[in-house]
Design a protein around this ligand. Sequence first.
Ligand code: MN
Length: 425
Amino acid sequence: MQSEILRHNDTLLTQHTRRYQFLKDELEHNGVDVDIILQKLTEFQIAIPSWALGTGGTRFGRFPGGGEPRNLEEKIADVGLLHSLNRSSGAISLHIPWDIPEDAQAIRDLAASYDLKFDAVNSNTFQDQRDQEFSYKFGSLQHVDSQVRKQAIDHNIEVIRHGIELGSKSLTVWLSDGSCFPGQLNFRKAFENTLKSLEEIYKTLPSDWKMFVEYKAYEPNFYSMTVGDWGQSLLYANKLGNKAYTLVDLGHHLPNANIEQIVSLLLMEGKLGGFHFNDSKYGDDDLTVGSIKPYQLFLIFNELVSGMDEKGLNHATDLGWMIDASHNVKDPLEDLLQSVEAIKIAYAQSLLIDRKTLNYAQLNSDVTLCQEILQEAYRTDVRPLVAESRKRAGGALEPIKLFRDKMVRQQLIDVRGSKVMATGL
Ligand SMILES: [Mn+2]
């Protein structure tokens, strides 16, 4: 692939250089250190979840596009391919039990051969597995029956064990627990049961691990969710201890929630642990990042960068960054390339915000100037900057173009077949 990337970059080099030089001159004229921004862009990696490599499903139907990965090894190969194209997808996030590694060392070696790390491992107590004794129909960690809770706790501990074998450093717990009808659940009891269960899991976390408590406003439960919003997640994270954090998934809020403010306050409290990127129009739509609300994504990155800088955090490594999207109509690999690109664009724009002047404008309650500063950054076409950082890291100037020119999907179909369906949502 490396020689093909070089050839591809050569054919686009003249055009790219012209665009990049124009932007660089503009930015440097405004006092921006372009090399520092390129460096930050290169370091910023976004993990790919193993369940996003197949065509996503809805509860109505699923239309696999062919060439989907048939096993964990092929999922790793797909993420490796993405990473070779964009040099920004250097980690994979596994889901247990869909991706149980049979030979952990072999899987580790395979991932390393693609320059991939293992991001958070994800437990699953939102489905019943064929061989499990008790059902999660009425919840898992919240369940009224202690035997069900114990089964769910043991599963999470097993997930941590798999993660340790792979070199992962965090566990993401997302619970579908809640209720569909008023009166079904004693809210306080459900919270207490969930907290006690999480404590049991937390106790087994290695000292250098983090636990992410992901919230979601609704679905599959439609009356209450036991970890329904950032307030509830923060309650759990605070009670559990300093290895527990809140995880924000962009699709898990009620409509029009001010996610950037949530992010800002969680960072202030030192409790923002990780991030799941996607986009949505109505609910948890799992659409391509930046496809519906790119300005919101930029405003979120504004708060992320501002909050991380205030705390002296490393943008690339101190929080967990992952895509969590998977839908029905696009080639999943092209979709992921678009998502990563959208994230990098929003990140680059947020690095261009004139924070000194913004601070001055805020202190003077100069509302107009505040908006001008934000939109000056947002309306800068930073694509040549993102492409330049990718080129310097050995990636392709236009990953999707190369993916198509090389007919990668057809090659995958030739090897894997047209009727395969990857495990996933
Ligand atoms: Mn998520």
